[in-house]
Design a protein around this ligand. Structure first.
Ligand SMILES: *[C@@H]1O[C@H](CO)[C@@H](O)[C@H](O)[C@H]1NC(C)=O
Ligand SMILES: *[C@@H]1O[C@H](CO)[C@@H](O)[C@H](O)[C@H]1NC(C)=O
Ligand SMILES: *[C@@H]1O[C@H](CO)[C@@H](O)[C@H](O)[C@H]1NC(C)=O
Ligand SMILES: *[C@@H]1O[C@H](CO)[C@@H](O)[C@H](O)[C@H]1NC(C)=O
Ligand SMILES: *[C@@H]1O[C@H](CO)[C@@H](O)[C@H](O)[C@H]1NC(C)=O
Ligand SMILES: *[C@@H]1O[C@H](CO)[C@@H](O)[C@H](O)[C@H]1NC(C)=O
Ligand SMILES: *[C@@H]1O[C@H](CO)[C@@H](O)[C@H](O)[C@H]1NC(C)=O
Length: 862
């Protein structure tokens, strides 16, 4: 009897020990264990946790098992297990159990509400939450992966996940789909779904359901894949090169997979919101708040095919959709949406050479239409054009190095015209030659009439003017003065929107007749090569001001007497003339008192030049690193310079409509005017230089060693936060008067960052101050300097997410009382063996890069 009791007790203990409840935080869940109550499973880096939760904002009655960001301030749930089968919070017994057979189940009492349906014969199954937020179930003797949450996403895409489309002879075999929550407090599947185009066009789509019964409608389209971004998402709005596509879109079988990788992956997430908006967030380490990195723009034109077929959509002044028929098309008379051909193509299938009657009308800067065919064998623009001309079913083509040759052979749908030049791609639409001719014909006829009458009038007026001019030429000369070297012929001035006359308004259902204001056209003076050569004494050595990464800078004096700086760009610019002009116009519109003003440009043959206002005090480095002149920069001036640069950056990063990342911020790019006001120069050079356009297989890193953030130097990843890194270095240089790249100081410290950190950490921060001004500085100056060092150390932290953004810096520099967070010790140091090459441009696979080594050092914390 006693023996029997003993046995049953042993059995009981045995069974009890099998059903181990995990009550506190744990790293893995082993077979037979379960998670209940507040217990969490945590990833080894502490970034993610798995537990039961009630959606924030809900009534608290429903419980879900989900993965959460452990360090985010607000509840953030990238993955939910039982999204459409919550357990009741009232029922006391609920758990997530890894069963003896290796199945992960969510249980409410005895009933299984959700399961992975996995089976592990060898026992030994374990559930781990990986550092990237992937919940992985392994089992068997080899610990093979049985299941992972990344294969069953909910509404969130995180780095490490894959967006896959697997096809077999054109049919979809497997597809990764993301479905929005029903609303912010209900994880149940909502109305929006994101995935790859099932037709294999390598585009991402968002579909909307629940409108007309259960029918899906396309809600949004990313645009074609172009090397490392999407045609419909201007790269500068995402500012991240992380997406990659594996697979061949030209095949009807096989997998196509998008992945996304960044320097620190646990910080980014893309989420499909309950209202259908896709948003990319970055977690700010310091505060645990989410910052919006990119969001699908919410304008009517982004609705799929907002204008109907063969029409382009552009945003009006109030964001409304303005529809315009493509060239050669007119509004449908049947009352339907969109446009139809005004006259048929002359192309005849029987005699291709008769198609000399068809030509192409160019439409620049658009999100290319849907349903393109990729001609994988065609590898240049001219062959692509010929291909389309020779094939009667082809109605349009587009060629770029990113997309290759794309052709269309059906109605053109979902065309969006980007508001900013330089964005979007060029589309060539096949039209009968008569359409283009009649345009120029009628123009010519009209012009002939106008010209004849004008010539007579002008001749008369000229004669009169000539007489007057001659009479008072001296006074006029004085008045023209400064502008004398500037050719303001309308022929030479540049228009912001190319091909505007080519557009026709049409009256369709969504028409918002609106004439774009001609006043909006932007003009930038074009200088002739002769003018600039004369101004700079034939680009003589004596007028040379300096040499930058992008070319030589000369001092010039225009015929009117105005002093200017002329930057002669080196010839290796990757950009064509049009893009160059557009970029320059764009940047000439950025005006701020802490940015150098662009006065004009010159494009002649292979020469490209930029004309800037002249800064008598040259650049910051000419003071800072000069033993004689550094003393002229007292602390007050230095602080004034730091604050000025910060305000200039604030404008570039946040307040200008372009959101420019400078990418080459350094002392020699900070110019000083007569009153020692700092002005940032060379902003946008990376863009003007084409260094960041999607060029064939090149990924240029443009920058200066010593100022480059680790993620930029190593992976070419740039963002506003790589500028913050350079700004941090710049602050340290301004305080210490030491050049980072030629920094030799105390033993053991490799560079200015390490040295500054050591000193600051040892409470000797004020000793960092330039000896030439330290003695004469007041106590309040030392306090300010210390504060700047602190700010700089925050800016040069290794991980982009740790660095503050510029609005924060401006705020913190301007106020005295705010408490700054502790910076993390720096660990990365970029060291170069060849010190003479200051600025460099790296192409992928370029050997010159190997002259630099990345060293990792550990410094002791406080
Ligand atoms: C459990 O898995 C480990 C490897 O992870 C393996 O070495 C061990 O033999 C397995 N045990 C059983 C019982 O299969
Ligand atoms: C989803 O669609 C249904 C049916 O049209 C609608 O009632 C519901 O409000 C939609 N939900 C959301 C979140 O838009
Ligand atoms: C409807 O949505 C599903 C995803 O839920 C998608 O796979 C399918 O292609 C869509 N169908 C249409 C006609 O858009
Ligand atoms: C990424 O950031 C997290 C959170 O700040 C940090 O714990 C982790 O070490 C970083 N990972 C890498 C690879 O730098
Ligand atoms: C959708 O929701 C997000 C987040 O709440 C918001 O920022 C966005 O403006 C909304 N989009 C639309 C189309 O209303
Ligand atoms: C096609 O037209 C051209 C002239 O337009 C003519 O020379 C040629 O012979 C024609 N070819 C055929 C196959 O009809
Ligand atoms: C013309 O284009 C269609 C559609 O892409 C294609 O099926 C056909 O083979 C092409 N014809 C020629 C002659 O290339």
């Amino acid at each position: 009897m006693a023996r029997a009791t003993c046995t049953s007790l042993a059995l009981l203990i045995f069974f009890l020990s099998l059903d181990v409840r995990v009550d506190a935080a744990t790293a893995i869940l082993a077979q037979g264990q379960s998670l209940a109550g507040d217990a969490t499973l945590t990833s080894s880096n502490g970034a993610f946790s798995l537990s039961f939760f009630t959606p924030h904002g809900g009534d608290g009655s429903r419980l879900y098992l989900g993965v959460q960001y452990a360090k985010a301030v607000e509840q953030t749930v990238p993955w939910v297990a039982n999204r459409d089968a919550p357990v009741s919070a009232a029922a006391s017994s609920h758990s997530a159990t890894l069963t003896e057979s290796g199945d992960l189940q969510v249980l409410e009492g005895e009933s299984v509400v959700w399961r992975t349906n996995t089976y592990s014969s060898a026992g030994n199954a374990t559930l781990t939450l990986q550092d990237n937020g992937n919940l992985v179930l392994t089992g068997g003797a080899q610990a093979v992966q049985l299941w992972q949450s990344f294969d069953y996403p909910t509404d969130t895409f995180v780095p490490g996940m894959r967006i896959t489309l697997d096809r077999l002879n054109g049919a979809v075999a497997r597809q990764t789909l993301f479905t929005s929550w029903r609303n912010p407090d209900d994880p149940a599947p909502g109305n929006f779904t994101l995935g790859q185009d099932p037709l294999g066009s390598a585009q991402l789509y968002i579909w909307r359901s629940g409108q007309d019964g259960s029918r899906n409608t396309t809600y949004w389209r990313s645009g074609q894949w172009a090397n490392n971004n999407f045609v419909g998402i201007p790269w500068r709005s995402l500012n991240l090169y992380g997406f990659q596509l594996a697979g061949d879109p030209s095949k009807s079988s096989g997998a196509m997979t998008y992945t996304f990788n960044t320097f620190n992956s646990s910080l980014y997430r893309f989420v499909l919101q309950p209202n259908g908006t896709e948003t990319c967030y970055m977690l700010l380490d310091a505060t645990g708040a989410w910052e919006v990195v990119w969001s699908q723009p919410i304008i009517p034109c982004h609705g799929y095919n907002a204008c109907g077929q063969n029409a382009e959509c552009s945003s009006g002044d109030h964001g409304q959709a303005v529809c315009t028929c493509l060239k050669g098309f007119e509004p449908t008379t049947s009352g339907g949406e969109g446009c139809v051909r005004s006259s048929q193509l002359t192309c005849s299938e029987r005699n291709v050479s008769m198609s000399g009657g068809d030509r192409f009308a160019e439409l620049g800067g658009v999100k290319l239409p849907d349903f393109a065919t990729w001609e994988s064998t065609v590898s240049n623009a001219e062959s692509c054009r010929q291909w389309c001309l020779a094939n009667c079913t082809c109605v349009a083509y587009s060629y770029s190095s990113g997309t290759g040759c794309l052709t269309w052979n059906q109605e053109l749908v979902d065309i969006y015209h980007f508001p900013t030049t330089g964005e979007g791609y060029d589309l060539y639409i096949k039209v009968p030659a008569s359409v283009l001719d009649s345009d120029s014909d009628s123009k010519r006829r009209r012009w002939t009439r106008v010209i004849v009458s004008v010539v007579i009038a002008v001749a008369f007026v000229l004669a009169a003017c000539g007489f007057l001019l001659w009479k008072c030429r001296r006074r006029i000369r004085e008045k023209l003065g400064v502008g004398a070297g500037v050719e303001k012929k309308t022929g030479a001035s540049l228009m912001l929107r190319p091909g505007r006359e080519a557009k026709k308004e049409f009256s369709g259902p969504k028409q918002q007749a609106e004439h774009e204001e001609d006043a909006e056209k932007s003009e930038l003076p074009l200088f002739s090569l002769e003018t600039l050569a004369a101004a700079t004494g034939g680009f003589s050595e004596s007028t040379k001001l300096g040499q930058g990464g992008f070319g030589l800078v000369y001092k010039g004096r225009l015929p009117g007497g105005e002093e200017v700086a002329v930057k002669r760009l080196s010839k290796s610019s990757g950009q064509g003339c049009e893009e160059f002009k557009n970029e320059v116009i764009l940047f000439s519109k950025l005006q701020h008192r802490n940015l150098v003003r662009i006065l004009g440009c010159c494009i002649q043959g292979t020469e490209k030049m930029l004309v800037y206002e002249y800064m008598p005090n040259k650049s910051l480095d000419a003071f800072l690193f000069d033993p004689e002149r550094r003393g002229l920069l007292d602390w007050k001036t230095r602080l004034h310079i730091i604050e000025g640069i910060a305000r200039g950056l604030l404008y570039l990063h946040r307040d200008s409509r372009l959101r420019v990342v400078h990418r080459d911020l350094k002392a020699s790019n900070i110019l000083l005017d007569r009153d020692m006001n700092p002005k940032i120069s060379d902003f946008g050079m990376a863009r003007i230089f084409g260094g960041d356009q999607n060029q064939e297989n090149t990924n240029r890193v443009v920058g200066t060693i010593g100022y480059m953030s680790p993620e930029y130097a190593m992976e070419g990843m740039f963002s506003v936060r790589s500028d913050m890194y350079s700004f941090g270095i710049l602050i340290l240089e301004i305080i210490t008067g030491q050049k980072n790249s030629s920094f030799h100081h105390m033993e053991g410290s490799l560079n200015i960052v390490g040295y500054a950190w050591q000193m600051w950490n040892a409470d000797k921060g004020e000793q960092l101050m330039d000896p030439s001004i330290r003695a004469s500085s007041s106590a309040s100056a030392s306090r300010e300097a210390l504060r700047c060092v602190h700010m700089a150390l925050l800016c040069v932290q290794d991980h982009a997410g740790d660095r503050p953004d510029i609005p924060y810096v401006v705020l913190a520099l301007g106020s005295d009382s705010s408490l700054l967070p502790m910076p993390r010790p720096p660990t990365f140091t970029l060291q170069c063996t060849s010190s003479d090459r200051d600025t460099f441009i790296r192409e992928r696979g370029d050997e010159s890069y190997s002259a630099c080594d990345l060293t990792v050092t550990m410094l002791q914390g406080r």
